[in-house]
Design a protein around this ligand. Sequence first.
Ligand code: GLA
Length: 379
Amino acid sequence: MTREMTEPAADSPTLDLSLAPTPPMGWNNWNTTHDRPEFNEEMVLATADFFVSSGLADVGYQYINIDDCWALPDRNSHGDLVPDPVRFPNGIKAVADYVHSKGLKFGIYTSAGVHTCSPIGFPGALDYEEQDAALFASYDVDYLKYDNCHNEGRDAVERYTKMRDALLATGRPIVYSICEWGQNKPWTWAKGVGHLWRTTGDISDTWESLLELTKLNMALAEYAGPGHWNDPDMLEVGNGGMTDVEYHTHFSLWAIMAAPLLIGSDLRTVTPATMEILLNTELIEVDQDPLGIQGAPIRSEGGLHVFVKPLVDGSRAIALFNENDGPAEISTTAAEIGLESASSYLVRDLWAHTVQESSGAVSADLPAHATAVFRVAAS
Ligand code: GLA
């Protein structure tokens, strides 16, 4: 019998999908620091401390991930990447050890190109895949974000698969995040290559960006599931460019779309309003539901959206999202969201944390840009 060209050879390595049974949760510095000097060891260690002291770790956030600019612009005489001694005076292994000592996991970044994305021009891993993967494993890294800059026009599937194989060859379990911005439709080929893949360009801390990324990502629900997630980019919650209502919408939509929840703010200066969003365990439960279904709109008309996400206990999470610049009422029914017929339903409001009984109708009066999230089940 001849083997189909697309099937992996029997001895080819396979990605361990069980490393990301639900969308990864954690923190990454990029959205708050970009390449500025405050991205350094002190910040990363303080963030790990805060994960534990604030309760973020208790509700499921576990990865402390560092982004671009952690290395020097040149490899050493052995061809190895070298941590920037100003930002990371004790190296990266010491940071990983500290993060691990807190019961957390540690992630690192590089690019599937000759340089990373920063204009400073740090070295990327293209043609250094085995060497860099081995270095990351020697740091005890648990997560790699692999970017797409300076790729010299080389084939994306080959570049990302080569790093997958290099990571597997280290023998260390490492969650593999493909940051290819959706350019080559990774949702069509990256299941089994990476655990998650960016579906969009970079988020910025604006309402327009949030809306654009939501619309791209919400059309791709069928491609996501346990061990293979769509990634509409990291959270901007708390970074100051959007209103409180818009940040509630951001977190609501990421949760209903089973997106990775990677906090992108400086937790050393976080406000109670931001923490109230990040610590909403009822929304985290929706995001992390073990069925792993990405919620999708069953109705989108005139900027008013009804998202539905089936949950493992048979209930449905729904997000009623008003993208418009004025207030609106959005309504749906138990039948429309796919629940079996019953004489009454329990409707739990996941922001107000209240329950109401209903004979089937669910609706919300929403200010501009607001989202209500409910969990609905037959009572
Ligand atoms: C790209 C990525 C971002 C970030 C920067 C770092 O733009 O998409 O998420 O990692 O590079 O330079």
